[in-house]
Design a protein around this ligand. Structure first.
Ligand code: PEP
Length: 253
């Protein structure tokens, strides 16, 4: 059975004191996670050791990084590698968030290298894809997202692809308060799964978790997560409020 995941993306938010308060609230919260469910916290890199310490011993709860460099080590000032993250206990890494694609010019080819680096050491990439508003308005989102998947992931073997978590995040819904309707989310998630089916076969496609991201909050999470091809969410703004994110974790069906 594929995993259901509630993933928090704190982005570049919170002071140390605020991060500590939020983590304390999350630790004290009454969330429940089943055997096939996970909560993942992608905190700013500098707070990873704090989050690891606070969330240690919480079953099925993981700390993630928001990015990594594609090389293992070397003269890349300011960068952090997947293996460095793994060495401190971080095994989930977000790759290709639309903000990194846009503000840091991350290309599909670069993201393929990052995915390779993460999988090579046995960690888990959370690979983001999703279309801008102009593409949605032209109703060409399926082809757009399919190209992102092909260019960054389809070189992988079946054994490798099942280790990747997909986060479909329509850019027009990120941080805007606009959410894809549950029908829109289901439609494109089913399309994404059909792309994996065409490439790897149904048994493999059915093992891949596909998260939805874009203004998920406590009030809409249950409805979105109830769709058959939606396996949880990647959550920005609402993950900064403990009660909101706890409700989102508890909305995993
Ligand atoms: C995100 O940053 O991945 C995201 C989905 O943000 P928000 O939930 O704020 O739209």
């Amino acid at each position: 059975m594929r995993k259901q995941i509630a993933a928090a993306n704190w982005k570049m938010n919170l002071s140390l004191a605020q991060a500590e308060t939020l983590l304390n609230e999350i630790v004290a919260s009454a969330h429940t996670l089943g055997a096939d469910q996970e909560a993942v916290f992608a905190v700013p890199a500098i707070y990873i050791p704090l989050a690891l310490a606070k969330l240690a011993n919480k079953p099925n709860v993981y700390v993630a990084a928001q990015n990594c460099h594609q090389k293992e080590s070397g003269a890349y000032t300011g960068e952090v590698s997947a293996s460095m993250l793994q060495s401190i206990g971080v095994k989930h890494i977000i790759v290709g968030h639309s903000e990194r694609r846009e503000y840091f010019a991350e290309s599909d080819a670069l993201l393929a290298e990052k995915v390779n680096a993460i999988l090579a050491i046995g960690s888990t990439p959370i690979f983001c894809c999703g279309e801008p508003l102009s593409i949605r308005e032209a109703d060409t989102q399926n082809a757009f997202v399919e190209a992102q998947l092909k260019n960054s992931l389809f070189h992988l073997s079946a054994d490798a692809i099942v280790k990747v978590v997909i986060a479909y995040e329509p850019i027009w819904a990120i941080g805007t308060g606009k959410t894809a309707s549950s029908a829109q989310a289901q439609e494109i998630h089913a399309y994404i799964r059909s792309c994996f089916t065409a490439k790897y076969g149904e048994a493999v496609a059915n093992q891949i978790s596909i998260l939805y991201g874009g203004s998920v909050k406590a009030s809409n999470a249950k409805e979105i997560f109830s769709q058959p091809d939606v396996d949880g969410g990647l959550v920005g703004g609402a993950s900064l409020v403990a009660t909101e994110f706890t409700a989102i974790i508890n909305a995993l069906s």
